[in-house]
Design a protein around this ligand. Structure first.
Ligand code: AHR
Length: 506
């Protein structure tokens, strides 16, 4: 396969927030996965699992969305502040109908973001909440002026305001967030955003609820109406798209047991993200030709049937090399769309859907998807550069799938290329040309395995990163020729360092 990369043909910066995450009060994501409470015998700092925080800090996760999801549409933030023993226990109606004791609330979320050194993205309740409630929360979080809300914050142990750079105004308001028509939500959005004030020097990016994309409805109608009726009042518009392993939401397939045809079908569905983005971007470009409004892909990932024996409403699923492919294909697409895509949030951080981490009591394992984020993290904040390939196409029941997915970026004198070989059985021989003689010293890392391979608590390192061996580079006067092989079902990152003039003329 021939790939040509042109490091001097630079595109937009890849916003670090494209590598963002999402934690909802759902199943064992927040409770157990992230937060165990100070009195737990699982090592923690201020209630946050130390192992989990360490693993996530290593990835330098840039932003975290909370408290939902659907849960946000029933969340009343005042239930989650003050002494824990006097917090209200409510029912989590969306997810399993279980008791929610609100022990993880605003202060705990902001503490988690502090430990992770990531930006908070708080999603407001437009479904069952009120404008006043949202306004009070924004004031509680960010105001530096004496007021009943800031006094309450002080009483709860936090004198200084926090910075909250991202505020979401509603979640899936076409569905679980109120079953609204786009025209109605556009008006609601306009009303709510009026009261998201820039307090205490905090100027939040206001994110409107976007479409839920799927097949056959890509959600263009919602985007069109929102852009038309509310575009000037928003800084970001969201989009949700899940790669479902089934033909309907009711018949989702297993995360670990599937045939090759299903493997290719799901990868093809991940690749559909490219077409979806082109469609939504074209609409946004019509109303916002200068690209002021960011497309915030704030829920994405693979959605399988829950693991046998686990609660249906908890969305706990395993994570195989198929999920690694889905993540790599999607992240390569986001990188290539970084002109408009300013944020993306994988659903979800731990123990729910396409999680980075799975926990069981004291144990924690890194999933295949975690390793993909490790391979891709050098793209964060880098400049995207041109990359093209004479791809071979694989057949799936839903259309053709490019065998190789790629993206490339440059930062700090390094050229970083990520590649995924989707073929379930064949290796891909890569012949890469870099249109510049300045980059030569190469190193690479690889994640590879059978399409079903995954890590378990009994065998946590079945799949992990290894050096990519056999990279041969040949510098010519006008460029560099590089060859290497990608095993079947693999994801790799190859980094080239810029050589100094004297070094490369040798
Ligand atoms: O991520 C799980 C759920 O999927 C979210 O709560 C909701 O927004 C979406 O439908």
């Amino acid at each position: 396969m021939r790939i040509i990369v042109s490091p001097n043909r630079k595109g937009p910066v890849i916003h670090p927030e494209i590598y963002g995450h999402f934690a909802e009060h759902l199943g064992r994501c927040v409770y157990e996965g992230l937060y165990v409470g100070e009195n737990s015998d699982i090592p923690n700092i201020n209630g946050m699992r130390t192992d989990v925080v360490q693993a996530l800090k290593y990835l330098q996760i840039p932003v975290l969305r909370w408290p939902g999801g659907c849960f946000a549409s029933e969340y009343h933030w005042q239930d989650g502040i003050g002494p824990r023993e006097s917090r209200k226990t409510i029912v989590n109606n969306f997810w399993g109908g279980v008791a929610e004791d609100n022990s993880f609330g605003t202060h705990e979320f902001m503490e988690l973001c502090r430990q992770l050194e990531c930006k908070p993205y708080i999603n407001m309740n437009v479904g069952s909440g009120t404008v006043q409630e949202m306004m009070d929360w924004v004031e509680y979080l960010t105001s530096d002026v004496q007021s009943p809300m800031t006094q309450l914050r002080g009483k709860n142990g936090r004198k200084e305001p926090w910075k909250v750079p991202y505020i979401g105004i509603g979640n899936e308001n076409w569905g679980g967030g109120g079953t609204m028509r786009p025209e109605y939500y556009a008006d609601e959005y306009r009303r709510y955003q009026t009261y998201v004030r820039g307090l205490g020097g905090n100027r939040p990016c206001r994110i409107a609820c976007g479409a839920g994309a799927g097949v056959p409805d890509p959600g263009y109608g919602w985007t069109e109406t929102l852009m038309k009726l509310a575009g000037p009042h928003m800084d970001g518009l969201s989009l949700h798209y899940y790669v479902i392993s089934g033909d309907t939401w009711e018949d989702k397939g297993s995360a670990t047991e599937f045939d090759e045809a299903t493997y290719y079908k799901m990868l093809r569905r991940a690749d559909y993200t490219d077409a979806l983005l082109r469609g939504h971007e074209a609409i946004m470009d019509r109303y916002d030709p200068k690209g002021r409004i960011g497309l915030m892909f704030d829920e994405w990932g693979a959605w399988h049937a829950v693991e046998p024996g686990t609660q249906t409403g908890f969305l706990y699923q395993q994570n195989t090399m198929r999920d690694a492919q889905i993540a790599a294909i999607t992240l390569n697409i986001f990188n290539r769309h970084s002109r408009r895509v300013r944020m993306a949030n994988l659903a979800q951080l731990a123990n729910v859907l396409q999680a980075l981490l799975l926990t069981d009591g004291r144990q924690m394992i890194k999933t295949c998807t975690y390793h993909v984020f490790d391979l891709f993290r050098q793209h964060m904040g880098a400049e995207a550069v041109d990359i093209g390939t004479d791809n071979r196409y694989l057949e799936s029941s839903e259309g053709l799938l490019p065998q190789i997915s790629t993206s490339a970026s440059v930062k700090d004198g390094k050229l970083h290329i990520t590649l995924a070989n989707a073929h379930a059985r064949d290796e891909a021989r890569i012949s890469l040309r870099i249109d510049s003689a300045s980059y030569a010293k190469a190193s690479g890392r690889l994640l590879a395995g059978d399409i079903h391979a995954h890590n378990t608590f009994a065998a946590p390192d079945t799949v992990g990163l290894v050096p990519l061996e056999g990279i041969c580079t040949k510098t010519e006067p006008l460029g560099t020729e590089v060859t290497f092989s990608l095993p079947p079902c693999s994801v790799a990152a190859v980094t080239f360092e810029r050589q100094h003039a004297t070094e490369h003329s040798k």
